[in-house]
Design a protein around this ligand. Structure first.
Ligand code: SAH
Length: 269
């Protein structure tokens, strides 16, 4: 590794920057993210980060893939944190690239806690989260004065040892408060999620499933909550995908933004 900062200098503070890489389309990176990527001497790259985002990295940056694409099923979290800490202490400019936003189901919160406890300073750069990009790619506003007064980002796959989400209660709250539901990691458990939501929301509530949002191979289907499960299974939707449930997902308004996606593709190496 080529250290770019003087780790021996008493004023040196080991730092790691958690950077949101957005949903995939490199055009959706923030300027701050691009600058952080360009400065990094070590980049730890999550599974869902599209390779096109790495076009901003220095040619000599060390790129460590810490997801399934790296060859193993997934890199243990403790290993990733140890690597970040040792590289930062050695004076490297360390960037951890995460899909979407680091603080939306990205374990960014845990990483900040662990790194801070080890005396490593952490900076976080927001990214566009997948649910927002998925909806926007179809011109669906997640909030709307007439249709939705708020939005809930919820995981369909609560961590081990968790009781999971009370879908029925969530559906009742969504109905009462007019909230759009955006479910991440919901494909594997779609049967239980749809059944729970149907206990509190009408079967004809509009729904969407969007896979690979913002990428050239994005695919989507619009349906209702009552047909969501059959749509996901029947059309073979897989990860990564988000589900959007609520009046804003009304099919009549859907306009895929193909031109924008095509422009994003032109940026790829
Ligand atoms: N931090 C990320 C979420 C990580 S959890 C973010 O803010 O977007 C991983 C889940 O995110 C996936 O299972 C899927 O539900 C969703 N996801 C990530 N990228 C996606 C994409 N391009 N299209 C659709 N869903 C995506």
């Amino acid at each position: 590794m080529t250290a770019t900062r003087d780790a021996a200098n008493p004023a040196y503070a080991p730092t790691v920057t958690l950077v949101g890489a957005g949903p995939g389309d490199p055009e959706l990176l923030t300027l701050k993210a691009v600058r952080a990527i360009a400065r990094a001497t070590v980049l730890l790259v999550d599974d869902l980060v599209d390779d096109a985002v790495l076009q901003h990295a220095r040619p000599d940056a060390r790129i460590v893939r810490v997801g399934k694409r790296g060859g193993c099923r997934s890199t243990p979290q403790a290993f990733i944190e140890r690597l970040m800490i040792s590289a930062a202490r050695a004076g490297e400019t360390v960037v951890r690239l995460k899909g979407g936003d680091p603080f939306v189901f990205g374990r960014g919160g845990e990483e900040v806690e662990h790194l801070t406890a080890e005396g490593v300073h952490v900076e976080v750069v927001n990214g566009i989260t997948a649910g927002l990009a998925a909806a926007t790619s179809l011109n669906v506003p997640l909030t709307h004065r007439d249709h939705a007064h708020g939005v809930v980002l919820v995981t369909g796959h609560a961590g081990a040892g968790s009781d999971g989400t009370d879908w029925q209660a969530l559906a009742a709250a969504a109905r009462q408060a007019r909230l759009t539901l955006v479910v991440y990691m919901g494909v594997a458990g779609i049967e239980a999620i749809a059944a729970g939501l149907l206990a509190g929301l009408d079967a004809d509530t509009p729904a969407l499933v969007v896979q690979h949002a913002s990428l050239a191979h994005q695919r989507q289907a619009s349906c209702t909550l009552g047909t969501l499960c059959a749509t996901v299974r029947g059309q073979g939707f897989g990860s990564p995908a988000v589900l959007v449930v609520g009046d804003v997902a009304n099919a009549a308004a859907l306009v895929p933004c193909d031109a924008r996606r095509a422009a994003g593709q032109a940026m790829k190496r």
